[in-house]
Structures are given as C-alpha cells and as structure tokens.
Design a protein. Structure first.
Length: 94
C-alpha cells in the first residue's frame, strides 16, 4: 500500500453537489485543489481533513515516551500506548 497524501488537508463546499463537502489538498495557483474525498456530512469531512495531523500527533506521543507517566481511572500508560500503536497501525495499514 502506498503512503497517504501528506497534509494539510482542508474542507470546502463541494461545487459539484449541493450540501456535500470535499476534503482537499490545497495546491494554490492555477492548479487548484486536489480532491482527497467527497462527503455528505461536514463533520465527517472535517474528521478526514484532520487525519494527517492526528496521525502525526499520535506518532509524536508514541516516540516521546511520556505515556508511561500518565495514568487515570480509565487506563494506564501501557493501555494508552497499545491503543496508540493500534491506531497508527490502522492508519498505515501495518
């Protein structure tokens, strides 16, 4: 599988369909924007647009080693580390 299209991604009203939204990679200039996805729900489009940023944050947290310092009544640092690794693997299809 190839790597995802790097961010930042943005959300715009989809010009081809009313009440639809496009997740786009802004290229600027005469090239226009590259469309990543079309969505009927703005909230879904915004979540998709945030995906590259969220993945980068998860990788930074994993590499920081700070997870072992955090513990709550919902889980331990080890639990969070496992969940973060699973989310990264899911995003990268590893």
């Amino acid at each position: 599988m190839s790597a995802h299209t790097p961010g930042p991604w943005n959300v715009k009203a989809d010009q081809s369909e009313a009440n639809h939204f496009a997740v786009v990679l802004p290229k600027g200039g005469l090239q226009g924007d590259a469309i990543i996805a079309h969505c009927r729900c703005e909230a879904n489009a915004r979540l998709m647009a945030a995906a590259p940023d969220l993945l980068n944050v998860l990788k930074d947290i994993k590499e920081s080693g700070l997870l072992c310092l955090h513990s709550t009544n919902q889980g331990t640092g080890e639990t969070f580390h496992t969940e973060i690794c699973a989310a990264i693997a899911k995003a990268e299809a590893a």
